[in-house]
Design a protein around this ligand. Structure first.
Ligand SMILES: NC(=O)CCC(=O)C(=O)O
Length: 271
């Protein structure tokens, strides 16, 4: 399976529409790949909190339209990264005002096959953590020959989420992010840790550039189920293309069956 991670630069000098068209062109250039991945909140920037409400889109808004077409033009499975989503109210099309950090996944015919709302929101008592709602559902996506498990940026710090994805059959963990440069070591370390402990591929796609005064780490990374780094981007805008063999997941899990030794339901300590 050939995967292309589009580490797009998110800088304030560029309009959202220009970046959307540029992202679509980059997706089209990946025709021949099987899976293409864009990062987290690449329209606004993950740290541009004041833009979330202003630039929020319905699920079927302009990014959906543009990315559905780009996926079908290129004939690729597309994880289109995430958008600030303004959720529709239960009963109809009117927006209810709730924002989510929502990832969109498309099939090679441009059909929306999965939606993932980020579960762990970043910012502690400000930013995304207070401006956006919490997703509640794990999401896996069946591709020919493998199963993707999806997570977003800060989720990377929460191993139990990934165990849930593995229990649901995930073999390739896809993680769009807008990770800051000052915590780049955590990014690389956590990506490798999630790959080793889950004996799964990790495809982690970050942004480049600087927005809201936060320089981005870049350094998108692809790690195999043994923890080896197959490819790593530099800090700038770049497309990282790598061939991954999903059969390696079953091989690794068979040869070193640590996942079978999990002990669940441990007793809490007695005081
Ligand atoms: N957008 C994010 O989730 C940022 C996460 C982050 O900066 C960190 O975990 O560190």
């Amino acid at each position: 399976m050939r995967a292309s991670l589009i580490q797009i630069a998110v800088d304030e000098g560029e309009s959202i529409e220009s970046r959307r068209q540029r992202a679509a062109a980059l997706v089209r250039e990946q025709a021949g790949a099987d899976l293409v991945v864009l990062p987290e909140l690449w329209t606004t920037g993950a740290f541009a909190y004041e833009r979330f409400d202003r630039e929020a889109e319905p699920l079927d808004g302009p990014t959906y339209e543009t990315m559905a077409k780009a996926a079908s033009d290129a004939g690729v499975w597309l994880h289109a990264g995430s958008i600030p989503e303004r959720a529709a109210s239960e009963g109809g099309s009117a927006a209810d005002g709730t924002l989510y950090n929502t990832s969109l996944l498309f099939s090679p015919s441009g059909e929306l096959v999965a939606v993932y709302r980020k579960i762990h929101r970043f910012g502690f008592d400000k930013g995304e953590a207070v401006l956006m709602g919490r997703g509640r559902e794990l999401v896996t996506v069946r591709l020919p020959g493998t199963t993707l498990g999806v997570a977003t940026c800060y989720d990377l710090r929460f191993p139990e989420l990934f165990r849930g994805l593995v229990d649901a059959g995930a073999e390739v963990l896809v993680i769009p992010a807008g990770w800051p440069a000052r915590r780049r070591k955590h990014w690389t370390l956590l990506a490798q840790a999630r790959a080793v402990e889950n004996q799964a591929f990790v495809l982690a796609c970050g942004t480049a550039g600087t927005h809201a005064g936060v320089p981005q780490a870049g350094h998108s990374i692809v790690v195999d189920p043994w923890g080896e780094v197959l490819a790593e981007a530099g800090p700038g805008e770049e497309v990282l293309t790598v061939d991954v063999d999903p059969a390696k997941v079953a091989d690794t899990r068979e040869q070193f069956p640590a996942l079978k030794d999990r002990v669940l339901g441990l007793e809490p300590p007695r005081r």
